[in-house]
Design a protein around this ligand. Structure first.
Ligand code: HEC
Ligand code: HEC
Length: 465
């Protein structure tokens, strides 16, 4: 049914050539016309047949569960010993967004799509966060048989009440996190933690192909405005190239390349070792973890190079879906408000892509495309309410990367929820705006003064992206 939407989309293109607004094709020629549950799962529209085959192979290793070693399926054993999910798709459900646990029914399952990064003050050898000596740099709430999970994440909420200028009240839920049932003794007293929700991953190959010079230009342009909005790039250690590079991925732009993101996720989230990240994440105190059997009979990294590269290729060629109804009058009104409220200063609409850092891990189809991700890829101080207090390379405890907004309106179709921001605390676009503070305080205040109709138009615009 969605494939048919793709076909219809191209027919519509042929029929109304010239009427299709430039910014409807979110990812240039890579764009797919898709809505519904599979909207985030299509390859670039302009891939070759051979590339499509590679996409399908990568997809299977992204979606299928890894299993505990030893197992008969040698190509997919080695899960854990500690882990958070059994597959990439376990968190990026349908290539989309994880959900924070649902509390409305009074119960709480351990979160999967929401993970906790951990560190103690100081830096590692490359200027990155220094792991907790016992629990490492990420909290693993699951483990294979005969190994203890690290413990449980707890969440409670505080209610934040406010009003729009027209008197309409609103209520936000602020999550407060904790740990319980720690199985390896106490954490460091000065441990810092950062909750992070798995975002949708459409268009990440195109993001990787944004020229570095454009990211630096965003910082210069913002500084030249002379106002409170002053983004700065993160600079992070990139294991594949063994260099410091400008960070682009993650809620704090804490990762520079898809290859690094993928290797770190295999290792940290699933306990799958690779040539880039060959060590299991067991710390010296975690004896049961250290003693557990390894995948690939302990003779090689648990994921081989070719499979690893296919997974990176897969992510890098996931297409951003086209916008829906970009010329609807309310959407156009919202687009004007988006500019007036200075949203577009941080959520920069468009770029022309160059090539990614590792061309063999992606497709030439992504080069030279005009794309509409709505991000500057810079870090911004977003105020104390959003702060996690945990630095990440150059990012401070209150800075976050402006996330791309493409696809935000389709999260509901794909994942059945509308949870936004780094830990999913916002339910829907309007709540997300109400959480903006710090450098974005003036934007938020502008929205507080809008009429109900204008607020709805602004939301309609963001949901059309
Ligand atoms: C336990 C849940 C989980 C699993 C499993 C997982 N991810 Fe993620 N992923 C996340 C979270 C959370 C983030 C944001 C990380 C951050 O901010 O540091 C993320 C970020 C990403 C990003 C960057 C997206 C962006 O726009 O910044 C990519 C790409 C990605 N993951 C790919 C993968 C791949 C490939 C796998 C499998 C090898 C994988 N993920 C497994 C939770 C997960
Ligand atoms: C100073 C830069 C800045 C400005 C101005 C700004 N944003 Fe953001 N926006 C961010 C950052 C940073 C985040 C992520 C914060 C977090 O997750 O804690 C974000 C998150 C969002 C999200 C949630 C995205 C997601 O993937 O969960 C939406 C929606 C959004 N902004 C819309 C807007 C709108 C609409 C405006 C104007 C009213 C606006 N923003 C103004 C920086 C900015």
């Amino acid at each position: 049914m969605v494939l048919c939407a793709v076909a219809l989309g191209s027919t519509a293109l042929a029929l109304h050539a010239g009427e299709v607004p430039d910014d409807e094709k979110t990812g240039g020629d890579t764009t797919v016309y898709a809505t519904g549950r599979n909207a985030f799962s299509f390859p670039f529209a302009n891939l070759t047949d051979a590339e499509r085959t590679r996409f399908v192979i990568g997809n299977s290793f992204f979606k299928r569960n890894w299993v505990q070693a030893p197992a008969s399926t040698k190509a997919r054993d080695g899960l854990g010993p500690h882990f958070i999910a059994r597959s990439c798709g376990g968190c990026h459900v349908q290539d989309g967004r994880g959900a924070p646990p649902d509390f409305r029914n009074g119960l709480m399952d351990q979160p999967v799509g929401l993970l906790m990064r951990l560190s103690v003050p100081g830096q590692d050898a490359h200027g990155g966060p220094r792991p907790d000596p016992v629990y490492g740099d990420q909290f693993s709430n699951f483990a294979i048989r005969n190994v203890k999970p690290e413990g449980n994440i707890t969440i409670r909420h505080e209610t934040v009440n406010g009003r729009f200028a027209d008197g309409t009240p609103y209520t936000l839920q602020k999550p407060i996190y904790g740990f319980a049932g720690l199985n390896y003794g106490p954490m460091s007293l000065n441990v810092m933690s950062s909750p992070r929700l798995a975002p949708q991953i459409i268009g990440v190959g195109l993001i990787e192909a944004i020229p570095e010079s454009e990211i630096l230009r965003n910082a210069r342009d913002q500084a030249a405005l002379g106002g409170p909005i002053r983004g700065m790039p993160n600079r992070v250690w990139d294991a594949p190239s063994q260099k410091h590079l400008i960070g682009r991925f993650g809620w704090k732009a804490n990762v520079a390349t898809l290859a690094h993101q993928t290797g770190a996720a295999f290792q940290g989230d699933m306990g799958i070792t690779s040539r880039l990240f060959p060590q299991e994440t067991c710390t010296p105190t975690q004896k049961d973890c250290l003693a557990a059997p390894r995948g690939a009979e302990g003779k090689a990294p648990e994921i081989d190079d070719k499979t690893f590269d296919d997974v990176v290729f897969y992510e890098a060629t996931l297409a951003p879906p086209a916008r829906r109804k970009p010329r609807d009058p309310a959407v156009l009104q919202g687009q004007r408000l988006f500019a007036q409220a200075q949203c577009a200063v941080c959520h920069r609409p468009s770029y022309v892509t160059a090539e990614g850092p590792f061309p063999r891990l992606t497709s030439p189809a992504l080069k030279g495309q005009t794309i509409w991700p709505y991000t500057d890829l810079l870090l911004h101080d977003m105020g104390p309410e959003l702060a996690d207090g945990r630095p990440d390379f150059l990012a401070s405890g209150s800075q976050w990367r402006t996330p791309p907004l493409w696809g935000v309106g389709l999260v509901k179709d794909v994942n059945g929820h509308t949870r936004l921001m780094h830990d999913g605390r916002a339910d829907g676009v309007l709540e997300a705006i109400l959480w903006h503070g710090g450098e974005a305080q003036a934007s938020r205040d502008t929205v507080l003064r809008l009429s109900a109709e204008d607020r709805a138009a602004l939301v309609r615009f963001v949901e059309s992206l």
